[in-house]
Design a protein around this ligand. Structure first.
Ligand code: MG
Length: 321
C-alpha cells in the first residue's frame, strides 16, 4: 500500500508576545534560513513552523495540528470581515439597523442601461407580517435570479402585495430627454410617483419607512423632485444594493424586471427581431438592421436614442450601403 503522507496545515494568529514564547519553546529546532517577513522558522519533529511579522504562524506537516493545538488558547481566530453595510458611506438617509424586519415601501427601476426597451419603475409595500410569505414565494435579490424565475415569482407576488408600476416608453423618454431632462431626474420623478401611488393605496395605514435603491445622492434626488405636487419624504432611506437590505426593494426589483421583460418581448414582436438587452456591440448591429429595414426615426419608438449606440449603428449602415 502506498502511504499517502498525511500533511495538514494550520494557521494561527497570535500577538508578538506569544511569538517570542514560541521562539524560545522551539529553540532547539530553530532554522537559520528565514523566508521574507518571517520572525522565525522552527522544525520540531514532523512539523515546520513559520512565524510571520504579521502575527500569523503557519504550521505544516503531519504534526501540524498537534503542534498548533499547543498554542490555540493564545491565538485569536482571525475575525471575519465586517459586513458590507459598514463599508458603505453612511449619511442622514442610511437605513436603520433593524430595517429588514420593518414594514417598508421599497422602490427600484430597470431598463436604464438598456438601449432597447422602456424604463420601468416599481414601488412595492412589504409589511413585516408578509416577509416570511414573500421569502416562501422566492423573493430575493433579483441579481441572483434568471428571467423565468423572475416571471414566476412576479406572478405570485402581484396578488399579494400593493405596488405601483410605471413604464416610461421610449417615445416619451426621447422627447423629455431632448428637452434636456437627465436620466437621473427621470428616475427620481418616477420613483417619487410610484412611491406616492403606493402610499395613497395604503392610506390611512402608513409604512414604517420608505427605502429607495440608491441611484443618486439623497440631496440630488430631493432636488430633482422639488416642486412636485406630492413628495414621498417621510422616513425615506437610501441604500445601494437595497434589494439585499429589505424584501420590499427585492420585490419591487422583481416586478420592475418582470414588466421590463414583458415590454421587451412585445417590442421584439413588433420589430420582428429578437432585440438584445444592454448596450453592447450586438445592440449596434441590430439597431443598424432596424435602420435599414425601417429608418432612423423608427428607433425613436423603441430605443433610447441618445445612447452612443445610435451613432455606431448609423456608421454600420454606411458601411453596408
Ligand atoms: Mg436599482
Amino acid at each position: 500500500m502506498k502511504g499517502a503522507t498525511n500533511v495538514s496545515n494550520q494557521v494561527l494568529k497570535v500577538n508578538p508576545e506569544i511569538i517570542k514564547k514560541m521562539k524560545s519553546y522551539y529553540n532547539s529546532s530553530i532554522q537559520q534560513k528565514l523566508p521574507p517577513s518571517s520572525v522565525f522558522v522552527a522544525k520540531p519533529t514532523g512539523c515546520t513552523i513559520t512565524a510571520y511579522q504579521s502575527g500569523k504562524v503557519l504550521f505544516q506537516g503531519k504534526e501540524a495540528t498537534a503542534e498548533a493545538k499547543k498554542w490555540m488558547s493564545s491565538s485569536s481566530t482571525i475575525p471575519p470581515k465586517p459586513k458590507q453595510a459598514s463599508k458603505k458611506k453612511t449619511h442622514a438617509y442610511s437605513p436603520p439597523a433593524q430595517i429588514a424586519s420593518m414594514s417598508i415601501v421599497g422602490s427600484d427601476e430597470v431598463g436604464t442601461g438598456d438601449y432597447f426597451g422602456p424604463m420601468t419603475v416599481v414601488a412595492a409595500y412589504v409589511k413585516k407580517e408578509h416577509i416570511p410569505l414573500l421569502q416562501e414565494l422566492g423573493v430575493k435579490d433579483s441579481k441572483n435570479l434568471k428571467d423565468p424565475q423572475i416571471i414566476e415569482i412576479a406572478k405570485n407576488i402581484k396578488e399579494v402585495i400593493p405596488y405601483s408600476l410605471l413604464v416610461l416608453h421610449n417615445e416619451k423618454y426621447n422627447t423629455i430627454q431632448q428637452k434636456g431632462m437627465s436620466q437621473g431626474k427621470m428616475k427620481a420623478l418616477l420613483h417619487n410617483q410610484a412611491l406616492t401611488h403606493v402610499l395613497n393605496k395604503l392610506a390611512p395605514e402608513e409604512p414604517d419607512g420608505i427605502l429607495i435603491d440608491q441611484f443618486a445622492e439623497p440631496g440630488v434626488y430631493f432636488n430633482h423632485v422639488k416642486g412636485q405636487s406630492h413628495i414621498a419624504n417621510k422616513n425615506v432611506y437610501f441604500s445601494t444594493k437595497a434589494e439585499g437590505v429589505h424584501l420590499a426593494v427585492a420585490a419591487a426589483s422583481i416586478l420592475a424586471r418582470y414588466a421590463f421583460v414583458k415590454e421587451f418581448e412585445k417590442l421584439s414582436q413588433k420589430v420582428g427581431v429578437t432585440l438584445p438587452k444592454g448596450a453592447g456591440p450586438k445592440v449596434d448591429e441590430v439597431a443598424a438592421k432596424i435602420i435599414m429595414k425601417h429608418d432612423v426615426s423608427f428607433l425613436t419608438k423603441i430605443a433610447k436614442v441618445h445612447f452612443a449606440n445610435t451613432e455606431k449603428a448609423k456608421k454600420l449602415v454606411n458601411k453596408f450601403r
